[in-house]
Design a protein around this ligand. Sequence first.
Ligand code: ATP
Length: 401
Amino acid sequence: MARVVLQGVSRFFSDEAAAVRQIDLEVRDREFLVLVGPSGCGKSTTLRMIAGLEEPDEGEIYIGDRAVSGVPPKDRDVAMVFQNYALYPHMNVYQNMAFGLQLRYGSGLLRRLFWRLVRPAWAAELSRRQEMIDRRVRETAKSLGLDGLLERMPADLSGGERQRVALGRAIVREPAVFLFDEPLSNLDAKLRVEMRREIKQLHRRLQTTMVYVTHDQVEAMTLGERVAVMQDGQLQQVATPLELYRRPLNRFVAGFLGSPPMNFVEGELIETDGSFVFRSEGFTTPVDRMVVERVKPYAGRRLTLGVRPEHLRLVRPLVPTQEGVCPANVDAVEPLGDAVVVHLSVGAESRQAGAKVGLIAKGPADVPVRIGEPCGIAIESRDVHFFDPQSGKNVSLPGSV
Ligand code: ATP
């Protein structure tokens, strides 16, 4: 068991930009932490530095209590599972799973016979190790449903089976830390869901520290006990999935997690007679009184409103004078089966071409909306976030100003 700590870790591949910049991160002992972010944000480089496949240019990495700079991958007590499985094509499933242990503890039959003649006690130890390898491989294969496939070659396995062998090969080594680099990307959607469940169960069973890299927000949210969101080589926020979803620290995190993504609307904070409203070109909405204190400094200035599609309520039929309801026009409807996604243009002018504010709403599947129809949209002020237009910081969170 081990925690993993990154302190001020950076990696530069060229003089211009850092692939990873000043990362401070603690993965707790036995934790399942997911590193997520768009392509090229530095997730794999971070994982590879923990594995020892890359060395940091700055900072230090600790596994357990040991600083591991300069320690080769094989001595770091980590096991890595890759997207492309990296199985040995000329070895069967059993041999693939046993290979790492054979290198470390194993010995061939001839060598054991030799030691039996020269040093019987050592020969007995070698036999014991050989049995341990065999037992571990067979037990692990059984737990992964691979026990009937031990003689098969990788070419004769399905993608899901290959990924299970790759997992099995990591498990038999009983490492202190598992590192996963997009291990499910090559699988179809159904198999991905199945393997996600298996990896989660595996974590519960083994109680080992796991660091998992993905660009898929659903994978991140469903697997991670905590999720670390990266952008341009930097950590943006590390928190539980729900915390990230409900209290994103900045516009990037808010927009990255959630599907369809959060709506962002540029506007101005207006104060009249002590009460505050947010006014955009499409609509005006009151500011929740819990948030007013935090956003007050923006009175008379630009501000970005963020609201998730599921927090926009479609109101039909539209009654033009209804309080708190903005007129909108339905531009597109995407039925998902269990829900419906509706693209809207919002504002008094919304029925005319060129209306400025487009919003996406997500509602129950049975909401009867049709393209071209006018309707209303209600925004719950307590579900709204406000972001500084320059820094992107979420200024509506407690303690944000
Ligand atoms: P992806 O999801 O596409 O794998 P990532 O978030 O894992 O992306 P990295 O692979 O860590 O990103 O790459 C981060 C940045 O570092 C990218 O701009 C990439 O082009 C660059 N990079 C990675 N490895 C090297 C290398 N060996 N030499 C030069 N640049 C590299």
